[in-house]
Write a protein that binds this ligand. Structure first.
Ligand code: AMP
Length: 283
């Protein structure tokens, strides 16, 4: 197994990055909140293929959790994460403390832009602002050539892409397809919260997306009718539905009529676990 360096200090990391850039190494960054699973590893493997050096960051970002959300309960498993990353032959693990990420002098005012108005935005006020602040900070420190995000967090990936475009940053944003369990449930660190019975109910989420896809491909034209079918399908299994949306995949606006490409996105709760998933359906 190859040696993986663990970086915690921002100044040391910046100095190292300067040397790597001078040597013209291509750097790939995968930002994560840890508790790594196969979904994260897929991103890492893509980055390994496309870069000389791979940096994974682990930082449970307090700014992206609401006051009533699960920041303190969020699963943390640093030792196992290190083991997994070593096995993937990751070069650097950047695991800063909160103070290292946000020193008292830190003042970053980036906006998540208009895409945050839709889907999870209204349900999680401040969430995407917290995301873009931390992603911008990571990009500033690591200066990667490419950064890797999961399609599972579709809206997050689009918002980051938009921020990068708007600020004219040089990094390439790569989005990788969702990795699923055998029964279709999208892998997520939060799945650990689910009991056996809840875990079974959770698989209905992906099944409802597949049902929507079937309806669309069969010729159903009305987003309203499709959303109604999804709601009926989910209502017995989910404890709360935050939203069911059929949107334009580029600007995330809800569609009144289906387009050529449609984003079906759902957020719901099983007890206190919030689950999200989505599917892009092309006609
Ligand atoms: P997180 O640690 O949950 O913040 O996720 C870090 C990155 O991994 C994000 O870009 C996620 O979209 C991505 N990711 C999380 N779960 C999956 C999954 N099941 N498949 C693909 N990517 C994922």
């Amino acid at each position: 197994m190859r040696f993986m360096h663990i970086l915690k200090n921002v100044n040391t990391t910046s100095k190292l990055v300067t040397v790597l850039k001078r040597e013209r190494y291509q750097i790939g960054l995968i930002p994560t909140m840890g508790s790594l699973h196969e979904g994260h590893l897929r991103l890492i493997r893509h980055a390994k293929r496309e870069n000389d050096i791979v940096v994974v960051s682990i930082f449970v970002n307090p700014l992206q959790f609401g006051p009533k959300e699960d920041f303190y309960q969020y699963p943390r498993d640093f030792l196992n994460d290190q083991k997994l990353l070593r096995k993937e032959r990751v070069d650097y693990l950047f695991a800063p403390s909160r103070r290292a990420m946000f020193p008292s002098s830190f003042n970053q005012n980036v906006s998540p832009g208009p895409l945050a108005r839709y889907l999870c935005g209204p349900k999680r006020p401040g969430h995407f602002k917290g995301v873009v602040i931390v992603v911008k900070r990571l990009l500033d420190i690591i200066k990667p050539d490419a950064a890797y995000f999961g399609e599972k967090d579709y809206q997050q990936a689009r918002i980051v892409e938009n921020m990068v475009r708007k600020l004219g940053l040089k990094v390439k944003i790569r989005t990788i397809g969702t990795v699923r369990e055998k029964d279709g449930l999208a892998m997520s660190s939060r799945n650990r919260y689910l009991t056996g019975e809840e875990r079974k109910r959770a698989s209905r989420l992906h099944q409802s997306l597949l049902m929507a896809k079937r309806l669309i491909l069969k010729g159903e034209k009305s987003p309203k009718a499709i959303k109604k079918s999804i709601r009926e399908y989910l209502s017995d299994n989910m404890d709360k539905i935050d939203y069911i949306s059929i949107s334009n995949p580029l600007n995330l606006r809800p569609l009144k009529q289906l387009g050529q490409v449609n984003l079906v996105a759902i957020a719901c709760h099983i007890r206190c676990t919030r689950l999200i998933d989505n599917l892009v359906v092309k006609l």
